[in-house]
Ligand binder design. Structure first.
Ligand code: BTN
Length: 261
C-alpha cells in the first residue's frame, strides 16, 4: 500500500523514508534545526535504526523492515511548556485507537507505553523543543512491534501484533491508519478539548482506580492510580496517602496486590 497524506489534518504532510538511520528522532531533530521550515505532520520512517532510543536512555530494538519505527514532527505552538503532557496523552491515545481498530485489547501504561497482557506492543518517545512560552517543535517517536516474531532478551517484555494474531501486516497500511488516528487526536488537542482527552486517557490507563503492584525504593507495594497531574506526574494512593511520582521513581510490576509469602 502507498502512503496517504493526511490532508484533513496536515495539508502539507509528507513522508521521508530512510533505509537506515541511527534514530528517526535524531534525524527529525536535525531537520527542524535547519533553517528550512518543516511541514507540520512530516513523518520520518526508517526500515532500520542503528541506535533507536527509548525512554530513560534505554535502547529501542527492532528487526529491520519488520516493525514501524518513525517520528512525526509537529509544531504545537498552541501549547505552553507546562502543557506538554497533553501531547503525550494524545499520542498514547492515537496508538491506543490504532490497536482498538485492530481489535486488540490494549492499555496505556503510564506515561505512554502501549501494552497488552502478553507484553509491550508499542513505545513512544517525545522530545520537545521549547522557545519562549511555547512548544516550537515536538518530535514524536513511535515504535510499534508489528511483524517481528522473535525478540532478544534485551527487548524486555516486547511482543508483536503478529505474535498475537498470526497476521503479517503491511507496514504502510498500518502507518496510514495510525496517522489518521493521530490527526484526529491532535485536532482535539488544537481545539482544546482537554476534558475529552483526559477522560479517554484515564479510561484506558492501566491501574486507574485499581490495585496494582509497584516497585518503589526497591520494595513491592500495593497502590492505586487516582489521577495524573497536568505535569504528567502519577498520583498514587499508597499506604493511605496520595503520593506523586515521576517515571524514574516507580515501576509497575503487575496488576493486583503484591504476592504474600
Ligand atoms: C520507549 O518505550 O522506551 C520509547 C520507544 C520509542 C521508540 C521509537 S522508534 C522511532 C523513534 N526513534 C527512536 O530512536 N525512538 C523512537
Amino acid at each position: 500500500m502507498q502512503f496517504t497524506k493526511n490532508s484533513l489534518f496536515f495539508p502539507d504532510q509528507n513522508l521521508i523514508t530512510l533505509v537506515s538511520v541511527d534514530s528517526t528522532n535524531r534525524y527529525a531533530k536535525l531537520l527542524v534545526s535547519n533553517s528550512r521550515p518543516v511541514a507540520d505532520g512530516t513523518v520520518i520512517l526508517a526500515e532500520h535504526q542503528s541506535a533507536g532510543r527509548g525512554q530513560m536512555s534505554s535502547s529501542w530494538l527492532s528487526e529491520t523492515g519488520k516493525n514501524l519505527t518513525f517520528s512525526i514532527i509537529v509544531h504545537p505552538f498552541h501549547l505552553s511548556p507546562d502543557q506538554q503532557f497533553k501531547l503525550n496523552k494524545v499520542v498514547a491515545l492515537s496508538v491506543f485507537d490504532l490497536f482498538a481498530e485492530m481489535n486488540l485489547e490494549v492499555k496505556i501504561k503510564w506515561p505512554n507505553d502501549i501494552i497488552c497482557p502478553e507484553g509491550k506492543l508499542g513505545g513512544i518517545l517525545i522530545e520537545n523543543i521549547i522557545q519562549g512560552n511555547t512548544l516550537k517543535h515536538a518530535i514524536i517517536g513511535i515504535g510499534i512491534n508489528l511483524n517481528q516474531t522473535e525478540f532478544p532478551d534485551a527487548a524486555g517484555s516486547a511482543v508483536s501484533v503478529r505474535q498475537l494474531t498470526g497476521i503479517n501486516y503491511d507496514l504502510i497500511e498500518v502507518l496510514n491508519l495510525l496517522l489518521f488516528h493521530f490527526g484526529k487526536r491532535y485536532l482535539q488537542l488544537k481545539r482544546a478539548e482537554y476534558g475529552l482527552i483526559d477522560t479517554d486517557y484515564l479510561k484506558n490507563l492501566l491501574g486507574y482506580n485499581e490495585i496494582c503492584t509497584y516497585e518503589i525504593d526497591g520494595m513491592q507495594v500495593a497502590g492505586i492510580i487516582r489521577g495524573i497531574l497536568e505535569t504528567g506526574e502519577l498520583e498514587l494512593d499508597f499506604q493511605g496517602k496520595i503520593r506523586l511520582f515521576w517515571l524514574k521513581e516507580i515501576k509497575f510490576v503487575h496488576t493486583g496486590p503484591p504476592a504474600t509469602n
